[in-house]
Design a binder for this molecule. Structure first.
Ligand code: GLU
Length: 284
């Protein structure tokens, strides 16, 4: 199996040291394995994506000495692929429309047990199921936020455990009872309102379309991986090997925010740093 990995930034701000580490690590691992390094622009959030940030990504990555196989995949070019996957899940009765906003969800969750810890999944509090119902067969898929009915999805894939290999910070064979995701993940949003998809749906479809064998990404996404493996099984897609790497933190030990301009690669470049300096800063 040819090793194939990718770096998948969102063009919603400057790349910072955390991105540089993720990209260089994936690039180094691909080179060491004689494999391929690909790039994907995760721009499904068109309200935040900007062409100038995308150009800056190419510029910073080239400056760091990285090169990638063409073509670059851009998520905004793949909306019809996302839509047909959603349509398939809709036709199988696994999705339902949801009109709750964050406030509705928190209100529904905090009503019964004041002060108790809310169960939290990859996207925040586990959805309490307010809008859950099975649309009548033949109902056209609405242009609304769509949630995956996790209990039905679990019934659809059968009882075999979900499995993936983790080769990152804590190497292990992860084996999960699909049923446990009903409580730990819940009815996740697969199509956001006005976006027609979501990070979770797009990432599994795109990794499969790019033929990714090794997903190398930050440890913050480890807890989303069981959901991604469940989606792969639902959509009959292969499960890659996962490598979740340590996160780059600031001096106070806080993980760098999506937009930590103080640690933008562009800023270090402007101050005269070399790509070798960046490697040293992130411990590569
Ligand atoms: N676009 C995601 C991010 O910037 C990357 C997700 C992934 O690698 O799966 O955090």
């Amino acid at each position: 199996m040819q090793f194939r990995t990718r770096f998948a930034p969102s063009p919603t701000g400057p790349l910072h040291l955390g991105h540089a580490y993720s990209a260089m690590l994936a690039h180094d691992m691909a080179r060491a394995a004689g494999g391929d390094f690909l790039l994907r622009i995760e721009d499904i959030d068109q309200s935040r994506a900007r062409p100038e940030w995308e150009s800056q990504i190419y510029d910073d990555l080239h400056w760091l000495g990285l090169s990638w196989l063409d073509p670059v995949m851009r998520q905004s070019d793949r909306l019809s692929t996302y839509r047909s996957a959603l349509q398939g899940l809709w036709d199988r009765g696994l999705l339902y429309p949801c009109s709750c906003n964050r406030r509705d969800i928190l209100a529904a969750l905090s009503a019964p047990q004041e002060g108790a810890e809310l169960p939290t999944g990859p996207d925040g509090p586990v959805y309490p199921g307010t809008c859950r119902r099975q649309p009548a067969p033949g109902t056209p898929m609405p242009d609304q936020a769509l949630r995956l009915d996790l209990a039905r999805a679990v019934a659809a894939i059968g009882p075999d455990p979900l499995r993936f290999s983790e080769t990152g910070q804590h190497p292990q064979q992860v084996v999960i009872d699909p049923k446990s995701l009903i409580d730990t993940v819940g009815d996740i949003v697969l199509a956001r309102r006005g976006m027609g998809t979501s990070y979770h749906l797009s990432v599994v479809l795109d990794d499969a379309a790019q033929g990714i064998t090794h997903v190398i990404r930050g440890a913050d996404l480890f807890e989303a991986t069981p959901l991604h493996v469940l989606l792969q099984r639902l959509l009959k897609l292969p499960t890659p090997i996962y490598h979740h790497h340590r996160l780059i933190r600031d001096d106070a030990g806080k993980r760098l925010a999506k937009r930590d301009d103080a640690r933008a690669i562009a800023k270090y470049r402007a101050e005269g740093a070399t790509p070798q300096d960046i490697r040293a800063m992130v411990g590569l």
